[in-house]
Design a protein around this ligand. Structure first.
Ligand code: GLU
Length: 372
């Protein structure tokens, strides 16, 4: 679980999604620059050296492509989509030159997150990239996303990516120091809220709802993202990405802006999601070796440890995991019931011959499993 010490606003994290806005990437609409990204890149480097994991959610495709596709007036949707197609490669190239390790591009639409198979594929891809020390860089697939497919803003995309990537922390880098109790531009008395326990209606109102003052434009979607993350046991930080000092503070485990506490622990949130939102659609009976591996070693469940399968479920459904009829754990099955019944008791290297495709090695990955 992520921990926030409210007395000193210190925080711990292990896997973070860092969301970076267009203004930091293409500051004056004249293409990509690295000026505001150097300190962030250093922070990512230092964090990775400590064994921490980072996924970037980067905006900036449209901004980076804007000067290539000159639009006389306000660009049309189609022009913006074309700008995104031009700008996305430039933005990726801009990030790549900041790092000595490989970066990878993932473009998503809302429909991809809602689709069970694609959701699992995104999850496995991010997991694999992190395991190979590659930095995943996610953006909305602006060139294909139509209205109903759109996230619309990358703050909410950041929260969903944090969930899919099983992160404990979401860091939103923006152009203000954090959330204030009044508009700091017009009210010199405005105070920075260093920690927020819960994204209540009152807190939401600070973002520019009626009667509010801190109309920093983007604050509303940042608070929506913080609320989503918090409900899923993920802490959110809003920090000023223009200031190099923000990143040295983060590197020292200090919060340079506002931290939103998670509403419950990550494992508690996962349990709730698996039990109540997804609801188990089937049951896996496992052997003593698998029980040992799950409970003592925190390992993933492999086909070799599964004795039998009950119920009709698809890949991506929640399943109960039982040993001698006792409920041990609940998790997300990477196989549907039909395929899984064909491979129970088999070793990983036997799976492809039986299934006819090279699938996952695990039945339930340890990140998607909670012991009860
Ligand atoms: N996906 C858009 C882009 O890359 C940005 C959306 C946002 O900043 O919220 O230009």
């Amino acid at each position: 679980m992520s921990q926030v010490d409210l007395a000193t606003t210190k925080f711990n994290w292990q896997r973070a999604v860092i969301k970076v806005g267009s203004a930091l990437i293409a500051p004056d609409g004249a293409g990509c620059r690295t000026e505001y990204l150097l300190a962030l890149a250093q922070f990512i480097n230092a964090s990775r050296r400590q064994g921490k994991e980072v996924v970037l959610v980067s905006s900036g495709a449209v901004a980076a492509g804007r000067n290539v596709m000159s639009a006389e007036h306000k660009p049309t949707l189609a022009q913006k989509q074309a700008m995104a197609a031009v700008g996305q490669t430039r933005m990726m190239a801009n990030w790549a030159r900041l790092f000595d390790f490989p970066t990878a591009q993932i473009l998503l639409t809302h429909g991809d997150i809602r689709d069970r198979d694609r959701y699992l594929n995104i999850k496995s891809t991010i997991r694999e990239l992190l395991a190979h020390q590659v930095l995943p860089i996610v953006n909305e697939n602006d060139s294909v996303a139509t209205e109903e497919l759109k996230f619309g803003d990358n703050d909410n995309l950041g929260a969903l990516v944090a969930l899919v990537a099983d992160a404990d922390t979401l860091i939103i880098c923006t152009d203000v120091d954090g959330l204030y109790d009044a508009d700091p531009r017009s009210n010199p008395q405005a105070k920075l809220l260093t920690s927020v326990q819960s994204v209540s209606k009152e807190i939401m109102a600070l973002a520019g709802g009626s009667g509010s003052s801190v109309g920093t434009g983007g604050m509303q979607t940042k608070l929506q993202a913080a609320k989503k993350a918090s409900a899923n046991g993920i802490q959110t930080l809003i920090v000023n990405g223009y200031k190099a000092a923000s990143f040295s503070a983060l590197a020292n485990g200090q919060v340079p802006g506002t931290v939103f506490a998670p509403a419950l622990s990550r494992s508690g949130a996962k349990k709730q999601w698996l039990r109540h939102s997804l609801k188990a659609k089937g049951k896996l009976h496992i052997d003593a070796g698998a029980k040992q591996a799950l409970t003592k070693r925190g390992a993933s469940l492999l086909p070799v440890g599964v004795l039998s399968v009950d119920g009709h479920f698809a890949a991506g459904d929640a399943v109960e995991i039982c040993f001698e009829n006792e409920l041990l754990a609940i998790g997300l099955s990477l196989f549907g019931a039909t395929d899984l019944s064909k491979i129970t008791g088999l070793q990983s290297q036997q799976l492809e011959a039986v299934l006819g495709y090279a699938g996952n090695e695990e039945v339930v990955h340890r990140d998607d499993l909670v012991l009860l």
